[in-house]
Design a protein around this ligand. Structure first.
Ligand code: DX5
Ligand code: ZN
Length: 216
């Protein structure tokens, strides 16, 4: 399977969202990555359902919505209505993760779980066959443009082994500090989806940067 590049809209120009969405439409990227932050689970506030809905209006590719919020189960239906295709909740924010994942799937979306840098992938041992996507945070969630945490490689390899051993279909997504220098190694370690925010949107030619990431 070729890797999936998911540009993170957090790094886009919010005053020109339509233009940014069209750039991603016409690029080699396969998904949109959309970061929702509540100022409680993470120390930052980003955007909510109305903005997801506005992106959906122009987006011609799946919306991968990353919820960095407490009580994500309260908003599953709202995000489906706003247009999410993949809905990812944080392991650290879910007391009843199994129930939350079932609720996401019942709404017809793919169910993702994100792990903070301190959370071992082995914590997903009992649930990995119920997950469509595991998002390994390679920075502490809350902000774009942070430095990639090197220990992520080992987590990818351990997670990949678990996925294969259990026959899970889960994709491995890497989120935070992804760039052209680490993309190849991340894919070699077992990553399927690379999220890239600043590296794409702060570059001179975002469309070309997306193609470059796909071609590493
Ligand atoms: C961080 C977000 C990321 C972020 C990545 O909390 O989950 O998706 O936008 O941005 P970069 O690629 O700039 O690290
Ligand atoms: Zn994210």
């Amino acid at each position: 399977m070729p890797p999936i590049i998911a540009p993170s809209i957090l790094a886009a120009d919010f005053a020109n969202l339509e233009r940014e969405v069209k750039m991603v439409n016409s690029s080699d990227a396969q998904w949109f990555h959309i970061d929702v932050m509540d100022g409680v689970f993470v120390p930052n506030i980003s955007l909510g359902m109305p903005v997801v809905k506005a992106i959906r209006k122009h987006a011609q590719k799946p919306l991968d919505v990353h919820l960095m919020i407490v009580h994500p189960d309260r908003y599953i239906t709202d995000f489906r209505k706003a247009g999410a295709d993949v809905l990812t909740v944080h392991y650290e924010a879910c007391t009843h993760l199994h129930r939350t994942l079932q609720a996401i799937k019942a709404e017809g979306m793919q169910a993702g779980v994100a792990l903070n840098p301190h959370t071992p992938p082995e914590n997903l041992e009992e649930i990995i066959t119920d997950v469509d996507l595991v998002c390994l945070m390679s920075v502490n969630p809350g902000f774009g443009g942070q430095k990639f945490i090197e220990r992520t490689y080992d987590k990818i390899r351990r997670l990949k082994t678990m996925i294969n051993r259990q026959g899970s279909q889960a994709k491995i997504e890497i989120d935070g500090g992804v760039n052209i220098a680490n993309a190849r190694s991340l894919l070699d370690a077992g990553a399927d989806v690379l999220v890239a925010g600043n590296f794409v949107f702060a570059s001179d030619n975002p469309t070309q940067t997306i193609s470059d990431l796909l071609a590493v």
